[in-house]
Design a protein around this ligand. Sequence first.
Ligand code: ADP
Ligand code: MG
Length: 323
Amino acid sequence: MSSKIVNLHSDRYKPIEVIGQGSYGIVMKCKDRLTNEVVAIKKITDSYFYMPEVLREFMIHKILNKHINVIRLLNIFRLKSYLYIVFPYMDYNMCQYINKYHPNGLGYDLTKGFMIQIINGIDYMHRNYVVHRDIKPENILIKKNGLIKICDLGISKMLCALSFKAEPIMTPDMGTIWYKAPEMLLGTQKYGPEIDIWSLGIVFIECTSGHPIITQETSIEQYQSIVKYFGVSIKDQKYLNRKIKKINKVVSIKYIRNSTLKNVSMALNNKFPQWPIDLIEIVSKCLEFIPSKRKTTKSLLKTSYFVNGPFLKSFRDNFNNIL
Ligand SMILES: Nc1ncnc2c1ncn2[C@@H]1O[C@H](COP(=O)(O)OP(=O)(O)O)[C@@H](O)[C@H]1O
Ligand SMILES: [Mg+2]
């Protein structure tokens, strides 16, 4: 990596290595000579062109800087035509962590300990009227001690209204399609926090099994595979198509029949017969086809999956230890 970058900022940040190649530029691991902390610096290579996203990331970080499970912005500076955003350094993103340590999935206990933190982070965002819009393993960071932080708020959107019900117009072409909710795949511009809940359901499956569940290349193929895989009823497909057509006037796609499967929990049961019932239940509640039927983060945190048994107590004890 070029040491030029550091010289430009009064030698405060000493580069160690490049750790990420994102959509807007590179992410570097650096040492902050002032505080002695190891940090991650996102260098936005084309700051002029991407300024709205960058400003949005900055503004959202200003608002969302008080939750342990959402990455905090430490510093931001502009040098020449580059913009640098400084964050606390995290050891892995979830993709790297799964590939390195758990290629066949994290197992039930670790999944639960990670998912509660991810849901807590998203709950904090939703309570502050921010939809992340790009929840996926690459945007979930992990520290060696098991602490999770959600990152990449660049395409998060702040809902300007006081309530999510106001549903402002939003751009649909963001994020990786494997984690996208059906309504986004169909191109709706009017969506809310429910899209993050869908992504959570997909991340749940990937954490537990080690693999993303549906991995198509185009939005339409992804949508069709979701319908085939989960056995969505024609009534539900019609409902969503109708809603989206009304908002967007986009010609919706044909209804797809699936005669063997009736719903998401049956599909998950078929694919993962060994999974405990409460896990199947919580994932199914994230993957409701109709957005309004999906659980909120608040109600997810109250499901038997988290609440029953000794999990919450031991999680809190462990969590207090790592902080
Ligand atoms: N604070 C951090 N600590 C360690 N790695 C990070 C950090 N922030 C980002 N990364 C790595 O860089 C990648 C890209 O960063 P991200 O903020 O998601 O930018 P992009 O918008 O380009 O996807 C992440 O997937 C992760 O692997
Ligand atoms: Mg990212």
